[in-house]
Design a protein around this ligand. Structure first.
Ligand SMILES: Nc1ncnc2c1ncn2[C@@H]1O[C@H](COP(=O)(O)OP(=O)(O)OP(=O)(O)O)[C@@H](O)[C@H]1O
Length: 233
């Protein structure tokens, strides 16, 4: 489903004589199968977000190739990457990234507008998602009128409304209290079981890491298999 082949990534800071090269990832190779939940851990600054940004196409690798659903995404133009992203990837961020001037319903509907869905289909699917995350009665609330846990549920509904086969999550529980965290983790596992959605989750939190079928560790620019959690399957 997802494959990184010999990925190297470095950032270049400054210009000309003051140029500094910051190597972040070195010869990273891994594969994720459809229906897996894989969690990625590593110290602050180890390159976790960089890895996720490479998989999202927001940055391009210095070297190496990335395949998602057998498509070599490193070869896609910006426009084709944008289309591919809308069709295949959903995102969950720590900071929710909801649009403050739009209601819960409108935030969830937005990816469907971008995808070109019809009016009727949009309405039905957005309402279904609101129901699925238990917020049917909050459709017309704006993000600042919702609790942190409710905002996170709206952001998940928005990620899922286009039914992406893959969800990339960066510290998805980072802003939640322990009750909401547990609820979200149960929800991710349910989506994985019921809809066979593949999850790649970056986290600092052991409880989150443990929902992965496997956990990968980024250390000194390299990726290593940390743990296989047998209990989940
Ligand atoms: N756009 C950029 N330009 C230059 N350097 C960058 C850029 N983005 C990240 N870096 C550097 O790459 C390294 C890895 O950063 P990254 O954000 O991937 O780490 P992380 O593991 O996600 O950290 P955290 O857990 O603190 O979020 C850091 O040294 C950072 O300074």
């Amino acid at each position: 489903m997802i494959q990184m082949k010999q990925i190297n990534h470095q950032f270049i800071i400054g210009k000309k004589k003051r140029k500094t090269i910051v190597p972040v990832l070195e010869n990273v190779n891994f594969q994720i199968k459809q229906g897996e939940i894989v969690t990625i851990v590593g110290k602050s600054g180890s390159g976790k977000s960089t890895l996720l940004n490479l998989l999202s196409g927001y940055i391009r690798p210095t070297n190496g190739e990335i395949f998602i659903k057998d498509q070599n995404v490193t070869k896609l133009s910006e426009g084709d990457w944008a289309d591919f992203r809308i069709q295949n990837l959903g995102f969950i961020f720590q900071s929710f990234q909801l649009i403050p001037s739009m209601t819960a319903y409108q935030n969830i509907e937005l990816p469907l507008i971008l995808k070109g869905a019809s009016n009727i289909a949009r309405k039905q699917q957005a309402l279904d998602m609101l129901e699925m995350v238990g917020l049917s009665d909050h459709a017309d609330y704006y993000p600042n009128e919702l609790s942190g846990g409710q905002q996170q549920r709206v952001s998940i509904a928005r990620a899922l409304v286009v039914k992406p086969p893959i969800i990339l999550a960066d510290e998805p529980t980072g802003s939640l209290d322990s009750e909401n965290e547990q609820e979200l983790l149960n929800f991710i596992q349910k989506l994985n079981r019921d809809l066979n959605i593949t999850f790649l989750i970056i986290t600092h939190d052991d409880q989150v890491a443990a929902i992965g079928h496997r956990t990968l560790l980024i250390k000194d620019g390299k990726l290593q298999e940390e743990k296989v959690h047998e209990v989940h399957r």
